[in-house]
Design a protein around this ligand. Structure first.
Ligand code: B12
Ligand code: SF4
Length: 619
């Protein structure tokens, strides 16, 4: 089931609403000496291609955004702990300025959810008299907020409240809590009073529980879908969040000081930066358009340039990765941004001499921008990740074909921009096809010849919040257990075959490995070293080296899964995950995030035969 959309015309906040909230909080912040620790959950078992190295060398934007929002609102006593760098961190032992923090926040993607629940569980070891208010947020919370509440009576380790939205929701929650908080009162006690008085129900984007004295939730109240900030220039500045990072360590406790400014670039040389949100396409396996309530939101070129400049000046960061869903989504707005970046100058220095950037786009929109690619390169763009999915457009058609993909890749390479394809393998795609481009190896070869610098091959896996979720479960494609082992969340990332109707799913797993081996190997490394006189210079050779290193980890981890698929009995699920706890909206009606009553409507692409392709309408 996709996330529901608010009523037409009510999806966005009013202009200036986030700015005014920030101003209001700044006025009351001095009365509240709030201390907050924000943890980013990370399961180290997920460290394989294609994300290996990017996952630990880029401090995630989500926790930085929450930290920036708190500091911007006047709550300086905030620390961000990344499990990527601090795998032994224990919330039960955290102290900030010598005291247990008032709020413990945790952010997680779904694949890191086991670690997230362990962090919450460990925070519950703090004596209830001092326990901080536990707030969960991030992508896992957005799509499955109910999963952050525990129904286990023996271990009632739930978040107190889950934020299913962005900065505006988090700051609104804090505003409500501070408005009821008495002098010296704990945030948890303020939360209970605010909850019981119904004060939280006016903030769309929250899920909280009501339960017995032991903290086991009996029902979940969902305050509905958030309103989104339309003008991304209203967001707090990302420069603030970097000051809050806990230095890497092996300790369970926090260090006395955050990472110093001159160490930031060393630890996190790439900065993920919000530039735009949203995408006009409507791929059935993708939750993004629904999350954005079909809105396209942008930052101005001036603001992006200023953010890059300040991040470079204060921390020395030179590489920026746009957290975009489809940066070329709107030609006019894209051109406005890149024009500003190309001419931006600060203190007599051109920004493009100090900053390079990378992001995600589609083949279709790249061709629309073809004549502007030299300008885009001039603005500092050095690589673009393209959701090619399937060159033949059998799986999903979003304007790509073998010819168009080749044309787009060549145009990018000629402009000095590395094309980085993202492929999606599926049940009906063979390893190799004779006389067509349908096979995976045929497509990898086609992309390599067209100039692909890196390669991403993920198995089509039903994503929570996408249209195809229910039908994939209903048709029995989704594995519950293999060889007696339950499918754990950390392997549901597209790298492992965990949903398939194929008779021999292990073949799918090995096909993905074969695709990677075909692309990342010593032969193509040598070719890349010999052919360095291209507009993208040595990058293909560097990427080959990184790719081969990552492939070793990938083979080690996924081949054992292939063996399990080969010999183990596969049990399948018939329903997507649903809340174990009854959920309701504030008016007593259905909860926005309750997936239990979702209708099964869509024919899953996993089941489709190669032809005819389903056309996805480009709006
Ligand atoms: C950049 C990115 C990456 C980078 C991450 C690098 C890094 N270390 O930051 C890379 C390329 C490595 C990556 C990899 C993967 N990614 Co990714 N990625 C993104 C992307 C495009 C941007 C993330 C971002 O920076 N957003 C900007 C920040 C500001 O937004 P945010 O994180 O949502 O945080 C906001 C709110 O959620 C909230 N919030 C966040 N945390 C908290 C905590 C609290 C307490 C509170 C109150 C609020 C709160 O406030 C924040 C400010 O508004 C998103 C899509 C998107 N547009 O968001 C996907 C996304 C996060 N990725 C996703 C996925 C699935 C993956 C992969 C599994 C691969 C895949 N199959 O696509 C891998 C996992 C790798 C790994 N081992 O972790 C999914 C996650 C879905 C889910 N249910 O968990 C997303 C949402 C895309 C999607 N399909 O919808 N990804
Ligand atoms: S083009 Fe990409 S971001 Fe847009 S809907 Fe399709 S998969 Fe999602």
């Amino acid at each position: 089931m996709e996330l529901p959309r608010r009523a037409r015309g009510d999806e966005l906040l009013k202009s200036g609403e986030l700015t005014r909230l920030r101003e209001r909080l700044r006025k009351i912040a001095p009365n509240h000496d709030l201390a907050t620790v924000i943890a980013n959950a990370f399961d180290h078992r997920t460290r394989i291609l294609p994300f290996i190295f990017a996952d630990t060398r880029m401090a995630p934007a989500g926790v930085r955004a929450v930290g920036s929002a708190l500091v911007d609102a006047g709550f300086d006593k905030t620390r961000i702990v990344l499990q990527q760098w601090n795998r032994n961190f224990r919330p039960s032992q955290m102290r900030l300025d010598g005291k247990v923090p008032d709020m413990f926040m945790v952010s997680s993607m779904s694949l890191h959810s086991e670690e997230c629940m362990k962090l919450i569980g460990d925070a519950h070891r703090i004596d209830p008299a001092h326990r901080p208010l536990i707030i969960a947020g991030g992508p896992h919370a957005v799509y499955e907020p109910y999963a952050l509440f525990s129904v286990n009576r023996a271990r009632p380790n739930s978040a107190d409240i889950v934020v299913t939205g962005e900065e505006f929701v988090t700051l609104s929650l804090i505003e409500v809590l501070l408005s009821v908080r008495g002098r010296g009162e704990s945030m948890r006690s303020a939360f209970v009073r605010a909850r019981d008085s119904g004060a939280l129900d006016d903030v769309p984007g929250l899920v909280y529980s009501r339960g017995d004295a032991n903290g086991v939730p009996e029902e979940l109240i969902d305050t509905g879908m958030q309103r989104l900030v339309g003008d991304l220039d209203e967001l707090p500045h990302p420069v603030l969040g970097y000051r809050l990072l806990e230095p890497p360590s092996r300790h369970a406790t926090l260090s006395a000081h955050a990472l110093s400014a001159d160490e930031v670039e060393d630890r996190s040389p790439i900065s993920s930066l919000v530039l735009t949100f949203g995408c006009k396409f409507n791929c059935p396996y993708c939750p993004i358009p629904a999350y954005n309530q079909r809105q396209y939101r942008v930052k101005s070129g001036e603001r992006i340039a200023e953010e890059m400049w300040r991040l470079n000046k204060e921390y020395g960061i030179e590489h920026f990765f746009g957290a975009d869903d489809n940066f070329f989504n709107d030609k006019t707005r894209t051109l406005d941004i890149v024009n500003k970046l190309a001419c931006a100058e600060f203190e007599g220095v051109r920004l493009s001499d100090r900053a390079c950037w990378y992001t995600e786009v589609t083949v279709h929109d790249t061709l629309q921008m073809k004549e502007h690619l030299p300008l885009i390169h001039q603005s500092g763009c050095r690589a673009l990740w393209l959701g090619v999915e399937d060159v033949t457009a059998t799986l999903v058609k979003k304007g790509q074909s073998a010819d168009k993909t080749t044309e787009a890749f060549r145009a990018l390479r000629d402009a000095g921009i590395c094309p980085m394809p993202m492929m999606m393998h599926h049940d009906t795609q063979p390893l190799y096809s004779h006389g067509s481009n349908y096979g995976l190896l045929n497509q990898v070869e086609l992309l390599r010849r067209a100039g692909a610098v890196s390669m991403q091959i993920l198995m089509l896996t039903p994503a929570v919040g996408s249209k195809m979720l229910e039908s994939s479960y209903a048709s029995g494609q989704v594995f519950k257990s293999v060889g007696g082992k339950l499918v754990p969340p950390h392997i549901c990332d597209g790298n492992y075959v965990v949903a398939s109707s194929h008779k021999r799913p292990w073949q799918k797993q090995l096909t993905i490995l074969a695709g990677y081996l075909y692309f990342y190997n010593p032969v193509w490394l040598i070719v890349a070293i010999i052919r360095q006189r291209t507009p993208v210079f040595r990058t293909p050779a560097y990427v080959q080296i990184i790719g081969m290193m990552g492939l070793v980890m990938t083979i080690a981890r996924t081949s054992t899964w292939a063996v399990r698929l080969m010999f183990g009995k596969i049990e399948r699920r018939t329903h997507p995950p649903v809340s174990q706890i009854p959920m309701r909206g504030i008016d007593g009606g259905a909860a926005s995030h309750d997936t239990s009553a979702a209708p099964v409507q869509i024919q899953s692409p996993l089941l489709r035969r190669p032809a005819p392709p389903r056309e996805i309408v480009v709006r």
